[in-house]
Design a protein around this ligand. Structure first.
Ligand code: SAM
Ligand code: SF4
Length: 335
């Protein structure tokens, strides 16, 4: 292993999120427009390139890989990539291989993922109502995702649900979703909607449902205890004493979590984003493709990029304009 990755603010970078495709079989309203133009195939890292890239990060101290997208499980032959990452789990260099998925393909792949050493999956699910589900995902169908969650649990995968908090949309379902998760032993995390993509989308401000309000709603029905657990990301956790359930709150807008940030994000084209809320990125595809026989230029490029990781970001809805708004879509950097 080479020297660990430490950024200028003494944060060790141990967590890499990797977007393996910009494509998706859904068109969630807060994530994509209905008519997306996807990248030409030659722009994407091949599965072999993804392997080289991730293996280099693992050699440099990354212990946790989260595979995301777009929808990671719609990338052709993606299971070969998961299989190839198994060797890093077996060697002990990688502590966790995980993914974030919309669940549509889990019925097909849950067992294979388990067999590759995946133990936890995050499934995005904003509503348990068929019609609302079709509305928010545009192309998705709820029963398919529920079958996927069943298959994942049956295969032994620990499932966590991520739900984007949308005012006036899943607000009335707060307790229904919470109880549904509790009845299945599933942890639940709420995410504040972020100002990604769709510049000038007025609805976005209307949709914003502060997690402070979500928490208040819980407090009216449950005894809520804050947990000290931290993951180095924007999530904070609390326990509902009545059910013992852990609820996560991801609040990139109303909280500053940057001081403990341990992660960077790789896009499917090999751009490394050092911060979700900043445009700064480094191209890693060049050093990778230009040097098929040595990883040294790639390692140097990674080290240089980490040296530029900013202290923090600047999303802010508070002035009722979308400050710090990012022009790239979430499916590009991977959520
Ligand atoms: N397709 C997979 C999925 O939906 O889980 C993985 C990629 S998706 C971009 C990752 C996460 O980002 C999902 O949980 C999704 O709800 C979330 N997301 C997408 N756009 C968002 C936005 N504008 N604000 C907050 N979360 C967003
Ligand atoms: Fe696809 Fe996930 Fe974006 Fe929805 S949130 S459009 S499922 S990438």
């Amino acid at each position: 292993m080479t020297a660990p990755l430490i950024d200028p603010f003494a944060r060790a970078i141990t967590y890499l999120r990797v977007s393996v495709t910009d494509r998706c079989d859904f068109r969630c309203v807060y994530c994509m427009s209905e008519n997306m133009t996807f990248l030409p195939k030659k722009e994407l890292l091949t599965l072999e390139e993804l392997d080289r890239m991730c293996s280099t990060f693992v050699r440099m101290g990354v212990e946790k890989l989260r595979i995301t997208g777009g929808e990671p499980l719609v990338r052709r032959d993606i299971m070969t990539f998961f299989q190839s990452m198994t060797r890093h789990l077996e060697s002990g260099a990688l502590k966790e291989l995980t993914l974030t998925t919309n669940g549509s393909q889990l019925e097909k792949y849950a067992q294979a993922l388990y067999d590759c050493g995946v133990r936890r999956v995050n499934v995005s699910l904003d509503t348990l109502d068929d019609e609302k589900f079709a509305k928010v995902t545009r192309w998705g169908r709820l029963p398919q995702v529920l079958r996927g969650i069943d298959a994942a649990q049956k295969a032994g995968l620990h499932v966590k649900i991520n739900a984007v908090a949308l005012k006036g949309f899943n607000e009335p379902e707060l307790f229904t979703i919470t109880e549904w998760c509790a009845s299945r032993g599933i942890d639940l995390t709420w995410i504040e909607v972020m100002p990604m993509g769709d510049l000038g989308n007025e609805d976005r401000l209307d949709q914003y449902w502060s997690l402070k309000d979500v928490r208040k709603a819980y407090e009216q029905n449950y005894q809520v205890t804050d947990l000290t657990e931290r993951t180095g990301g924007p999530a904070r956790y609390a326990r509902l004493e009545e059910s013992g359930q852990k609820i996560g709150f991801i609040t990139p807008l109303s909280h500053n979590f940057c001081e403990s940030c341990n992660r960077v994000r790789l896009t499917c084209t090999g751009e490394l984003y050092m911060c979700l809320g900043q445009e700064d990125m480094a191209d890693l595809r060049g050093p990778l493709r230009d040097h098929p026989d040595t990883e040294q230029p790639l390692e140097e490029a990674i080290r240089k990029a980490i040296g530029l990781k900013p202290k923090g970001h600047d999303f802010d809805y508070s002035r009722q304009s979308v400050d710090g708004q990012m022009t790239r879509h979430m499916s590009h950097t991977g959520g």
